[in-house]
Design a protein around this ligand. Structure first.
Ligand SMILES: NC(=O)c1ccc[n+]([C@@H]2O[C@H](COP(=O)([O-])OP(=O)(O)OC[C@H]3O[C@@H](n4cnc5c(N)ncnc54)[C@H](OP(=O)(O)O)[C@@H]3O)[C@@H](O)[C@H]2O)c1
Length: 269
């Protein structure tokens, strides 16, 4: 029987690539998108929902469950990044970051669980980031949102053992998606922040890494294979060798040494 999969944030990047690939396989693919996008319709069944709005998430889930009666896989993907120094980020920007990347995932998980718990099995996939494994300069709140996803996923995995619901975390490195264009800078040129010069230098290095990043279709293919596994692992880093190596270094090097390597990568002396 075809599995029912629900993916959030399907207008671009990973969400688009994953939903398009899975719809060519044995899945009934539903996508949540906050804007009406006629062009996304086709074999993907698009429902309008803003992940930061629990009411709109619940409405979308109710529609889906009324139609299909079950949700086999949730892929929590919708997200964005703010960038700027921790001192300069406004509470409004921080709230936007945490509300989208963390509460958005929470809203989805809480809405699907009553249905998933009644099934024989189900899977929740949380798209985290390498930024959920190491703090990144001028992306402090983005990293915090993904560290929060990591902690949430570890706890959730244990709580869902009795219900046979698996929790898989994907930690992508740099990918070429609309993430860079959709990023919200909290500091713009011409402001008098003491961080401005360093911020602009680091931001251009962050964007250079992303522009040279892997294609989202690569992650979609990897994830499709992971979903076919009978006993998938808990975490998958999907990244270049260099970025995977950085995660290993973070685990084995003294913190001060790793921090100086990472800050020099981002042009911070
Ligand atoms: N690209 C990378 O290098 C990278 C690396 C590691 C992790 N990630 C993570 O991968 C995920 C997908 O990012 P991406 O790279 O594919 O970026 P993207 O191309 O900008 O796609 C983000 C998607 O999220 C949707 N979205 C944002 N806020 C939303 C909300 N409140 N409600 C519903 N949908 C919302 C966007 O929809 P709209 O069209 O409505 O804006 C868009 O479809 C994110 O969680 C991101 O943190 C990305």
């Amino acid at each position: 029987m075809a599995k029912v999969v629900l993916i959030t944030g399907i207008s671009s990047g990973f969400g688009k690539a994953i939903s398009e690939l899975l719809s060519t396989k044995e899945y009934i693919v539903y996508g949540f998108n906050r804007k009406q996008r006629e062009d996304l319709k086709g074999i993907i069944k698009v429902l309008q929902a803003d992940v930061t709005d629990p009411g709109s998430v619940q409405d979308g889930i109710t529609k889906l469950v009324n139609r299909e009666g079950r949700i086999d896989i949730l892929i929590n993907n919708a997200g964005m990044g703010i960038t700027g120094s921790i001192e300069d980020c406004s509470h409004e920007d921080i709230h936007l970051q945490m509300n989208t990347n963390f509460m958005g995932y929470v809203n989805m998980i809480q809405a699907v669980l009553p249905t998933m718990r009644k099934q024989v099995s189900a899977t929740i996939v949380n798209i985290s980031s390498i930024g959920g494994l190491m703090g990144l300069p001028y992306q402090g709140f983005y990293a915090a949102s993904k560290f929060a996803v990591e902690g949430l996923s570890e706890s959730l995995r244990m709580e869902l053992i009795p219900f046979h619901i698996k929790v898989i975390v994907i930690q992508p490195g740099d990918f070429l998606t609309s993430f860079t264009a959709n990023r919200k800078p909290v500091q713009i040129e011409g402001t008098d922040s003491v961080y401005e010069a360093q911020f602009q230098k680091t931001l251009s290095l962050i964007e250079k890494d992303e522009h040279g990043g892997l294609k989202p279709e690569y992650l979609a293919r990897k994830l499709a294979k992971i979903l076919e596994k009978k006993n998938p692992g808990h975490n998958y880093i999907i990244a270049t060798l260099e970025q995977k190596f950085a995660v290993v270094l973070k685990r084995i090097l003294p913190g001060s040494l790793f921090s100086s390597i990472l800050s020099s990568h981002y042009g911070i002396k």
